[in-house]
Design a protein. Structure first.
Length: 205
């Protein structure tokens, strides 16, 4: 899966027009730096039951109506975490001190790139699950709707994120390093679901 630079443009607020040549050059410079970072990820797949809540069978229950609605019809979920690592934060802090314009572009590039990493991890998981006849729904992260950030602690423990990819939580339940993502990806054997069918024919998650 190739990186889509338009995602960077979106983060920078360009919707109808392309960035000017100076910004485009800065984007290229930042992406060249980020491409040298070593991104890390980890995921696990769990069987679930969905009934107003989402139960990881025999393990944990996520009390979220929004998540339950998103995962309706699913009986498996992949929980994933990905990070660009500490270097991204170090560089961003540096640019905030010496070059604010570059800091803004670098931040947007990092946000787009960590989502790109997640897209690739998601494709890896999807490919394996399709062999068993499953179709995925789009990923859903703590902090969306009523899916509380407090469940970040559960995800950290389940995936052993600190040990496996160096990812931890701040006291405010924010991910550290900051250019990181946790998410759940549901899998359903029911291909009649509108969103699942759309993903099957190639719509981006």
């Amino acid at each position: 899966m190739s990186f889509d630079k338009s995602q960077v443009y979106n983060y920078l607020g360009y919707r109808q027009t392309a960035p000017d040549p100076a910004i485009l050059a800065l984007i290229e410079q930042c992406l060249d730096e980020i491409a040298n970072f070593k991104a890390h990820y980890v995921y696990q797949i769990y069987e679930i039951a969905v009934n107003g809540k989402v139960e990881l069978l025999g393990i944990e229950t996520f009390d979220s109506k929004n998540l339950a609605n998103h995962l309706r019809g699913c009986d498996k979920v992949a929980i994933l975490a990905a990070t660009l690592g500490a270097e991204a934060d170090l560089r961003l802090n540096k640019y905030n001190k010496i070059d604010v314009a570059k800091a803004v572009v670098f931040d947007a590039c990092c946000n787009a790139y960590v989502e790109y990493v997640c897209d690739n991890v998601e494709q890896e998981i999807k490919s394996n699950q399709r062999l068993s006849g499953y179709i995925s729904v789009s990923r859903f992260s703590p902090g969306y709707g009523d899916f509380s950030l407090a469940y970040q602690t559960v995800i950290m423990a389940l995936l052993q994120c600190q040990k496996n990819i160096g990812l931890t939580l701040s006291q405010d339940l924010l991910l550290v390093p900051t250019k990181s993502v946790t998410a759940l990806v549901g899998f359903t054997p029911n291909a009649t679901r509108e969103d699942a069918a759309a993903i099957q024919i190639g719509r981006k998650s």
